[in-house]
Design a protein around this ligand. Structure first.
Ligand SMILES: Nc1ncnc2c1ncn2[C@@H]1O[C@H](COP(=O)(O)OP(=O)(O)OP(=O)(O)O)[C@@H](O)[C@H]1O
Ligand SMILES: [Mg+2]
Length: 295
């Protein structure tokens, strides 16, 4: 287990240094600036997400992670700069192109975003009802399949969101994000508020989705376990820009003050290499699944 984690970390270091081809860029963000009144959130920010990678955005509270995610999924526009997603320049999209593009990605919102008045099956089937002309019976069948993919028991389909635990809610909302077989998946804090067991289930699930279906995954998280265990590349946002980008072990060796703060701050101990953390966990379990954000 430990040596597997180490081998993974070593692979991550080499894999993403390979040459990146034009087609491999699923998201290209170039010189994006965003401000709210006088408050500058992004200042000519550049970022690139590659096909089939698990990419994480981290940064202190208010550093502009959620805003950037909203800009990537057409919920908000930057003041200037360019964002290309799956080859389409978002600023130049017409309504129909935007509708078509939205069907190629799935989004799991931080608080699930499930409709309380609908059963889990109905929630998962909703994107299919909206975007396909499929018969109800087939939609229910696909919804059941998506629920199974995310590790939920078949009977959960008949339940309402208020009857689910936090972990089940995350899985159900992931199942809905997967309804239309997206190429690209956005996850906002996929493990926040989960107990360590449920959270490590989500870690595995995220990795499986990428490995089995070649999904490109962009996640916002402050969960250091998730970052060490599954993220191929991590971008640290601060002061309107990406301060550094790389695997966790590469970042941990960088000198940039914002990155150092991420690793050396109050949670620094938890952000060590996996093997050190695992040794620590034997004596100090409270560091196993940190829940506070890097400030
Ligand atoms: N609609 C808005 N109007 C005004 N200010 C906003 C708006 N949305 C975001 N902001 C501001 O932009 C900054 C970045 O917000 P954002 O939600 O992107 O941060 P974040 O990195 O996701 O933080 P957190 O980790 O707390 O979720 C914050 O200072 C926030 O107050
Ligand atoms: Mg946020």
């Amino acid at each position: 287990m430990q040596s597997a984690a180490r081998a993974d970390a070593a692979n991550k270091d080499t894999v993403h240094e390979n040459t990146v081809h034009e087609d491999d860029r699923v998201i290209e963000i170039s010189k994006v600036s965003t401000r709210f009144g006088e408050h500058v959130v992004h200042s000519e920010l550049d970022l690139e997400v590659r096909r089939a990678e698990i990419f994480a955005l981290v940064g202190g509270s208010g550093s502009g992670k959620s805003t950037l995610l909203r800009e990537m999924i057409l919920l908000q526009r930057p003041d200037s700069g360019s964002i290309r997603v799956l080859g389409a320049e978002l600023q130049k999209l017409g309504d129909e192109e935007a509708l078509a593009l939205r069907q190629r990605w799935g989004v799991m919102f931080q608080h699930g975003g499930l409709f309380g008045a609908l059963t889990v099956t109905e929630n998962v089937g909703l994107p299919l009802r909206e975007h396909t002309g499929l018969a109800d019976a087939l939609i229910d069948e696909i919804a059941a399949w998506k629920l199974a993919m995310t590790g939920l028991a078949p009977e959960v389909g008949a339940q309402y969101p208020s009857e689910l635990s936090g972990g089940m809610m995350k899985r159900a909302s992931l199942a809905r994000a997967l309804a239309l077989d997206p190429e690209l998946l956005f996850l906002d804090e996929p493990t926040a508020g989960l107990d360590p067991n449920s959270a490590s289930g989500v870690d595995e699930l995220v990795r499986k989705l990428r490995d089995l279906f070649g999904l490109t995954i962009v996640m916002i998280t402050h969960d250091l376990d998730l970052l060490w265990q599954v993220a191929d590349r991590v971008a640290v946002l601060a002061e309107g820009k990406v301060q550094g980008i790389g695997s966790m072990s590469e970042l941990s060796r960088m000198d940039n003050p914002a990155i150092r703060q991420f690793f050396d701050g109050p949670r620094g101990r938890a952000a060590q290499e996996p093997e050190t953390r695992q040794a620590d966990a034997q004596t100090d379990t409270k560091n196993a699944r940190p829940s506070s954000k890097p400030k």
